[in-house]
Design a protein around this ligand. Structure first.
Ligand code: SAH
Ligand code: SF4
Ligand code: F3S
Length: 448
């Protein structure tokens, strides 16, 4: 089938990956809007579909081809296939293959090149297929349009790329080398986001705590300095950041958690495994002990901090005893929330060709055991917060009339009933805890 050839009037961006992938999706949508292309109404076919892909695990990449297949089939039946653009990390890693395997795809654009999407659309509109997987360092951000109206929570990419090369991970190949966006650009973008309605900003980076720059006085500063500057923006109520790497942690950031009230008491610090041997094979550059010591320092600075982590089970060579060390680590830390994954061999990464690949059933069984432990701790954390009074940032309406959903400072989902508006920061008493959400009772609206 030939690619569609007409300038699209409507678009839909589908983001499949991490928060940075979602941020990229929003920025692509803003770019398309500057070309007069409108979001397709709910339930209607779009003229242009942007598949904003993720390459982190096998299933994520497979989804791209099945999605393309589905669109082509539906298009044949309807006599009209949308223009298809593949963006994101699969585009970066497998751009050529996609072009060869999927003739229905008009555009392939990597995560560092999507500012060029408008020119690529012009090409596609005259029937030329376009691919761009260049990595022009930081040019992208300068070429993007200003932020537009958004909801109460927003993402802001401050750092991108990764030089860590954990042996299982594709990110250093799909996102390129670590770069920090300049301080003044970030302050500008944050101010625009607040003007556009954001009350909470989550700073994003593959190694967000490796961010460094120079403040307006020319002084070298790290993430803590940036957070302190952002905290001075009127109307911005909450600051979060993710994802940190244990090796990039500095004292200033830990101290900031004890001093900056707008910085939320939540730390996502992936550990991946509780076995030093496995950590070494993963090239993680920290040990279980150094990781635990870091957490202790965060807890000393901010005793109520909620801890979160990422885990991989079934890394090549992981023995039952080594997996049990991960369970022991979980028992010690008592995470408030965590993300756990079965190891997925990614083409081109060192771990994919290591001996001792683990059978699927073993990975399944380990993941179940780990998730049971993490679920137990998440429920315990939620139960321990019952009786607390806290602010909740209202993000959306609940299922029932008069019901609202938002987040506690500890990133718990809280629902409550009463008078509120999206974007309000309301004072709530946490009254009943479930495994994934908490019921709150509205006290008083603290600000509107
Ligand atoms: N930059 C972040 C996030 C990386 S991707 C960091 O370093 O923490 C998010 C998570 O996906 C990782 O923390 C890891 O737990 C998981 N992950 C990455 N590669 C994986 C793979 N090949 N198989 C399974 N899980 C993986
Ligand atoms: Fe991947 Fe490791 Fe870099 Fe995180 S630190 S993005 S897991 S290589
Ligand atoms: Fe996926 Fe790329 Fe993010 S691989 S996790 S979308 S950095």
């Amino acid at each position: 089938m030939k690619p569609t050839t007409a300038l699209p009037k409507t678009y839909r961006v589908k983001s499949f990956g991490c928060q940075m992938n979602v941020y990229d999706g929003e920025r692509m949508a803003e770019l398309l809007a500057t070309r007069g292309i409108a979001p397709a109404p709910e339930g209607e076919e779009a003229d242009l579909v942007v598949l904003n892909t993720c390459h982190i695990r096998e299933k994520a990449a497979e989804k791209v081809y099945s999605d393309i297949g589905r669109m082509v089939k539906a298009g044949k039946a309807a006599g009209r296939t949308p223009m298809i653009a593949v963006a994101g990390c699969v585009a970066q890693a497998e751009g050529e293959e996609i072009m060869a395997r999927a003739p229905a795809v008009s555009i392939v654009v990597g995560p560092q090149a999507y500012h060029r999407l408008p020119e690529m659309l012009d090409k596609a509109a005259v029937g030329e297929r376009a691919a761009d997987t260049d990595m022009p360092a930081i040019a992208k951000f300068a070429a993007l349009p200003p932020r537009r109206k958004i909801g109460p929570t927003a993402f802001l990419t401050v750092q991108e790329g990764c030089d860590k090369f954990c042996t299982y991970c594709v990110v250093p190949y799909t996102r390129g080398a670590e770069i920090s966006r300049p301080y003044s650009n970030l302050i500008d973008e944050a101010v625009k986001l607040v003007e556009a309605g954001a009350r909470e900003i989550t700073l994003l980076g593959q190694n967000v705590n490796a961010w460094h720059g120079e403040d307006e006085a020319g002084r070298a500063t790290g993430l803590a300095g940036l957070i302190r500057a952002l905290a001075a923006i009127d109307g911005l109520e909450r600051i979060r950041y993710t994802t940190s790497h244990p090796a990039d942690m500095d004292d200033e950031l830990i101290t900031a958690h004890g001093e900056v009230t707008k910085l939320m008491p939540y730390l996502h610090l992936p550990v991946q495994s509780g076995s030093d041997r496995v950590l070494k094979a993963m090239n993680r550059s920290h040990t279980v002990e150094s990781y635990l010591k870091l957490l202790e320092r965060f807890r000393a600075a901010r005793p109520d901090i909620a801890l979160s982590g990422d885990f991989i089970v079934g890394f090549p060579g992981e023995s039952e005893a080594e997996f049990e060390e991960t369970l022991s680590l979980v028992d010690v830390v008592r995470y408030a929330q965590a993300f756990s994954f079965k190891y997925s061999a990614r083409p081109g990464t060192p771990a994919a060709s290591m001996d001792g690949q683990i059978a699927a059933e073993v990975k399944d069984e380990r993941l179940q055991r780990l998730q049971a432990a993490l679920g137990r701790d998440q429920l315990a954390f939620n139960r321990a917060s019952v009786g607390r009074n806290c602010d909740v940032l209202v993000e959306r309406r609940g299922r029932h009339p008069g019901q609202w959903l938002g987040k506690s400072p500890w990133l718990q989902s809280v629902w409550f009933e009463g008078e509120a508006n999206i974007g309000d920061l309301v004072s709530v008493e946490l009254v009943e805890a479930g495994p994934v959400s908490i019921e709150g009772r509205l006290r008083t609206a603290v600000s509107a």
